[in-house]
Design a protein around this ligand. Structure first.
Ligand code: NAD
Length: 542
């Protein structure tokens, strides 16, 4: 320890593989998919490095093939959660005291394992668990996850390097201590990378973690657990529990050692957790860090000067990739009357060419939505739009859950800019479009800003620099990630730090040093080399 000022390998974004026909990566991932599809796995809890099978099990199935059982997972009882908490507290001292380069090495090793030997497996597991086509799996489970791990190591060193001035005779130092207690990570279904990053980022900074993945992502979460284990994360540092989210959360939040939550998921769940933390505040030894990235109602607005084909492509990709189940997915669009007929034509052509089905058939652009609850919710909004006078389903609108939870990419046109699907997060392949009068550009910007409670992502398309500038100003609080002439999805770690404000979260920017700062509690140390030996200051002299 302390025998060098080490430099970490320069972080670079993991190159995305193509998976084009004939490439070796395509063959490998298809073979891994078949193997995982046919092997029945039994996923245990993972506490203090031990696998725990409670016997109370749930099943896992691919959303695109819901009658096929991929395996089972074990659900925790309250005593297991308590055990995970106790373990995290016990493991903290040794882990927190480990030299930072050792922690860095473990996570850099995890990144290399994903980039190499585990790439096909984690991608195939994500295709099966979350119904991602191979490209969506690759940019998430492989590339984004690797990027989080590599860049966070670099950000950690930048934080550590940030030190105060030292005047002559004294040395001022800041130690970036991990939080005093343990961190609770709750992760969503939609990104394997987020699932791995939420526990890993807190652990990288020296914290120990209790991690609860989403029920709908356990099949790929268990590959993350396997990778963390092989990377050498010591026992007790990241403890993984599955089961009733309310029981688990209530048990965790009741612990006086609860020091922070790293959450990604829906806004209402986060708000409820925040309220519970508030109720328990007198019991905690420290004020808990509350970090949550939550829902969105992400927009695209085109100016009359925009290129109609580019706008249509922004909608096709931004609204429908991964079936609109990205927190950043465009779900409302504002198109000027003069552009609408062209945008509509291009959009119809694009969507007519989308193929939908299992991700195993790599020609499918669209696959299933995550589960029956989501399917039923989306179907009910589509049915309502078919009935409502102020809305019209102009593309798609079909759905079928006989084999998998398939919802056709759907475009609703509304005359009411505050129509329910312009305001509510649906989290599926549905976008609602409002056509505005060209002369009402400025008023429409105000509408975009005022329509939803969220402020996660948004995009404007314009070739007019004045209009782009006006929109950038008018929408400065409407999105934490704002795009000019691009779709509102696809943030890259190290390039576009991600997160939104208002009801979209605490905006602590995953994929940047800002997030890591939440997992440390700095201690300032002043060391005086020769201490004064007389209390009298010169001004006290005769
Ligand atoms: P979700 O809120 O249903 O679940 C997220 C996690 O919370 C899961 O682990 C779940 O089991 C747990 N959970 C559910 N109910 C709970 C409760 N009452 N108490 C404690 N924990 C509970 O979200 P989801 O469906 O997995 O993910 C989709 C949501 O996540 C969308 O709203 C999306 O916008 C959001 N999201 C946001 C970002 C972002 O960066 N802002 C990224 C990804 C997803």
């Amino acid at each position: 320890m302390g025998k060098g000022v080490f430099q970490v390998p320069t972080a670079i974004n993991e190159p995305i593989k193509s998976y084009a026909p004939g490439t070796p990566e395509r063959e490998e991932v298809l073979a891994a998919y078949k193997e995982l599809y046919n092997a029945s796995v039994d996923v245990p809890l993972y506490i203090n490095g031990k696998e725990i099978r409670t016997g109370d099990t749930g099943t896992m199935a691919p959303p695109h093939d819901h009658q096929h059982i991929l395996g089972t997972y074990h659900k925790a009882e309250k005593k297991h959660i308590q055990e995970a908490i106790d373990t995290a507290i016990q493991a903290r001292e040794e882990w927190a005291n480990l030299a930072w380069e050792q922690r860095a090495a473990v996570f850099l090793r995890a990144a290399e394992l994903i980039a190499g030997p585990y790439r096909a497996k984690i991608n195939a597991a994500t295709m099966l668990a979350q119904s991602k086509n191979i490209f969506q799996a690759e940019i998430d489970a492989a590339c984004e996850f690797i990027d989080f791990l590599r860049f966070n190591v670099e950000f950690m060193t930048k934080i550590y390097e940030d030190q105060p001035e030292s005047t002559s005779g004294a040395w001022n130092r800041i130690e970036y201590r991990p939080l005093e207690g343990f961190v609770y990570a709750i992760t969503p279904f939609n990104f394997t990378a987020i699932s791995g990053n939420l526990p890993a980022s807190a652990a990288l900074m020296g914290n120990t973690v209790v991690w609860k993945p989403s029920d709908s992502q356990i099949f790929s979460a268990q590959v993350i657990v396997e990778i963390f284990k092989e990377a050498g994360i010591p026992d007790g540092v990241i403890n993984v529990v599955y089961g009733d989210p309310v029981m688990i959360t209530d048990t965790v939040l009741a612990s006086p050692d609860f020091a922070g939550i790293h959450f990604t998921g829906s806004s209402h769940v986060f708000k409820d957790i925040w309220a519970k933390i508030g109720t328990n505040i007198h019991h905690y030894k420290t004020y808990p860090r509350i970090v949550g990235e939550t829902g969105g109602k992400d927009f695209i607005i085109a100016h009359p000067s925009a290129n109609a084909k580019q706008v249509a492509t922004g909608i096709s990709r931004g609204a429908f990739e991964y079936q609109g189940q990205k927190c950043s997915a465009a779900s409302r669009a504002y198109i000027p009357k003069s552009l609408w007929s062209d945008v509509e034509k291009f959009l119809k052509e694009d969507i007519a060419s989308f193929k939908m089905g299992s991700p195993e058939d790599m020609s499918n652009f669209i696959t299933a939505v995550i589960h029956e609850g989501s399917f039923d919710k989306l179907a009910s909004y589509i049915d309502q739009a078919k009935k409502d006078e102020n809305a019209e389903v102009i593309i798609g609108g079909g759905y079928d859950k006989s084999k998998g939870y398939f919802i056709e990419p759907t475009v609703i046109l509304t005359k009411d800019p505050k129509y329910t699907t312009m305001c509510t997060e649906l989290f599926g392949p549905v976008i609602t479009i409002y056509v505005y009068e060209d002369s009402e550009w400025s008023q429409t910007l105000e509408l975009v800003d005022q329509t939803s409670e969220y402020a996660l992502t948004g995009a404007i398309f314009s070739t007019d620099r004045y209009a782009a500038t006006e929109a950038t100003k008018a929408l400065q609080n409407s999105a934490g990630n704002f795009y000019i002439n691009d779709k509102p999805t696809g943030a890259v770690v190290g390039q576009q730090p991600f997160g939104g404000a208002r009801a979209s979260g605490t905006n602590d920017k995953a994929g940047s040093y800002l997030n890591l700062l939440r997992w440390v509690s700095p201690r300032t140390i002043k060391e005086t080399f020769v201490s004064p030996a007389d209390y009298r200051y010169p001004f006290l002299g005769e």
